[in-house]
Design a protein around this ligand. Structure first.
Ligand code: HEM
Ligand SMILES: [Cu+2]
Length: 547
């Protein structure tokens, strides 16, 4: 019924998303380079460019635009590969979604560049941007919904024509991720429509700050899992095939995705631990729910390393770690995501610190936090995305990656790791010494405390500059694979499940059940504190523009 090749028309849709993603990487990375330079205390931004303006560019382009575009493009390609060519209706939905997101991004970017919206990518009230900033972001979300409904339609069509069969694993994972995204983005949509737009347009004078932040983090935590799950898709489904091994267990993979859906949303308070106005009991409950993601995370780690070990042993490896040597270290499609996985170990440990109430007091709003998500998002996830690009782009453009490009991709991975090691370690240590994040000040008038941070901020700048070199390298590879690499066939690797694995239970696709439990958990975690916030609301705040 379908071939192993993604249809050309579906490929174009996916590639359009990837182009926007990599343009965002270049511009966002440039902003990042300027930031690390400013924070050494030795460099000033030229002209009237404000620090918070470029920091807004950096956060919006990298955390919101790059990720959403890359993920939606990759997921359309994955659905087309595993559940068959998209119908013209679904493809049209994909294009409408793409253009809504692109136009939305352009509108938001315009107002940031006009210096009307230096509110950072979290747009915390009472900072108030030009309404155009919020309108643009709303269009990005609406566009992603249109694409998401396209994906749901494609899935249900597959179900209808394949009654009784288990959905291909990758397609199942895509649907979980989009369900989570849909439920989560309802929070930002509500904040935009009910709070930010009326307030920035002048229809109302004040905004309820606590409610706006709560709605933001209701979305903001599942957002990080929306970034992470596509990386997990690659680790579970694609990497086994690339190394020539098997998926350890289809059922375990699905169960871990379901657990991520359940435990990603009712936990936003762990970003608001220092927020007054939320009862500590509810903070405690949401933190306990947060720690539940340890279960699917460790399941994932276990299952990946089981795949590696089984493969190594099948190649004759002996001893406790003999299998390690058998892995295909010279293949960038494996090497980049694997290094990403390794970085996830310290990243996850740092996350446990952030989520623990007492330890959070030490690191809250320091640059430690920035160090943390440059490990999770900007290394584990991003290196995996680069690993996707190495086969997905040539697959879609009908080209092959040359040996030279593969070598450059290995170098790219090493450059990124070294740069990030310096930058992120410096951020973690400076944060422990109290250096704040999101500050254009570096020396604070030569205060002794701040001078302690400067050596780390120098390391941060060295690491950041190496990282920028990494961005140049990946762009060279992406441009080569898109336009210049030799013509040929590249495989879209999809792993098969190991023979000895258990059968997949049908209950995993009982959506009524899983969405029902998700909603029940959300209502449990948010209803009482939310009523409390509304009933005991402080006076609202007028808007502020500090830039
Ligand atoms: C050349 C590479 C990069 C450099 C040099 C860099 C540098 C920085 C620095 C110094 C900050 C903190 C500034 C401050 O708090 O004052 C920052 C923030 C941030 N970076 Fe990066 N970064 C890079 C790549 C990335 C990538 C690839 C991503 C995501 C995919 C990313 C996501 C973020 C986010 C979300 C923030 C927070 C912005 C905010 O606090 O509003 N960065 N980056
Ligand atoms: Cu979180």
């Amino acid at each position: 019924m379908w071939s192993n090749k993604v249809d050309r028309k579906d490929g174009k849709l996916a590639m359009a998303h990837l182009y926007v993603a990599f343009i965002a990487l270049l511009l966002g990375g440039l902003a990042g380079l300027l930031q690390v330079l400013v924070r050494t205390g030795e460099f000033q931004l030229p002209g009237n460019i404000g620090y918070y303006q470029i920091l807004t560019v950096h956060g919006v382009l990298l955390a919101l635009v790059l990720t959403t575009f890359f993920i939606i493009g990759f997921q359309f390609a994955g659905l087309s590969r595993t559940a068959g060519t998209l119908s013209s209706g679904v493809r049209k939905a994909g294009w409408i979604g793409f253009w809504l997101m692109t136009i939305g991004t352009a509108i938001t970017a315009t107002f940031i560049l006009l210096n009307e919206a230096s509110v950072l990518y979290t747009f915390y009230a009472p900072l108030q941007a030009h309404p155009g900033f919020y309108i643009g972001l709303t269009l990005v979300v609406v566009g992603s919904w249109v694409s998401g409904f396209g994906m749901f339609t494609h899935y249900s069509k597959w179900k209808k024509t394949n009654k009784g069969k288990v959905t291909p694993l990758l397609s199942f994972m895509v649907i979980i991720n989009m369900v989570m995204w849909l439920v989560a983005t309802l929070g930002v949509a509500a904040a935009m429509l009910v709070q930010f737009l009326p307030w920035s347009l002048g229809f109302v004078d004040t905004i309820d700050v606590l409610v706006s932040r709560t709605l933001f983090w209701y979305f903001g935590h599942p957002l990080v899992y929306f970034w992470l799950l596509p990386a997990y898709m690659v680790w579970y489904v694609i990497i086994p095939k690339i190394i020539g091994g098997k998926i350890f267990s289809d059922a375990l993979a699905r169960l871990s995705f379901i657990l991520f859906l359940l435990f990603s949303i009712p936990v936003g308070f762990h970003h608001q631990l220092t927020e007054p106005g939320i009862d500590p009991t509810w903070k405690f409950i949401q933190v306990a729910l947060t720690f539940m993601v340890v279960i699917p995370s460790l399941m994932t780690a276990f299952s990946l390393f089981a795949t590696f070990e089984l493969y190594g042993r099948s190649k004759g490896a002996t001893g406790l770690f003999g299998w390690f040597k058998k892995l295909p270290w010279g293949d960038a499609r494996f090497f980049a995501p694997f290094v990403g996985m390794l970085f996830f170990i310290p990243a996850g440990a740092g996350g446990l610190v952030n989520a623990s109430h007492q330890l959070n007091q030490v690191v809250h709003n320091t640059i430690w936090v920035t160090g943390h998500f440059h490990l999770t998002l900007a290394t584990s996830v991003i290196l995996t995305f680069f690993g996707i690009a190495y086969w997905l782009i040539p697959h879609l453009t009908g080209r092959v990656m040359t040996k030279a490009m593969n070598k450059l991709a290995i170098v790219q991975t090493i450059v990124w790791s070294v740069g990030m090691f310096f930058m992120s370690s410096a951020m973690h240590v400076a944060g422990l010494l109290g250096a704040p994040r999101r500050s254009s000040f570096s020396t604070y008038g030569d205060a002794p405390q701040a001078l302690e941070w400067i050596p780390y901020q120098m390391f941060q700048a060295i690491g950041g500059s190496i990282l920028f070199l990494g961005i140049i390298l990946i762009l060279i590879i992406v441009i080569n694979l898109s336009f210049f690499a030799p013509k040929g066939e590249t495989d879209f690797p999809i792993g098969e499940t190991a023979e000895q694995a258990e059968k997949t239970p049908a209950i995993f696709e009982n959506w009524k059940l899983w969405i029902g439990v998700t909603i029940a958990l959300i209502l449990f975690a948010y209803t009482v504190p939310f009523i409390d916030m509304i009933q005991n609301a402080p006076p609202g705040s007028k808007g502020f523009k500090f830039w």
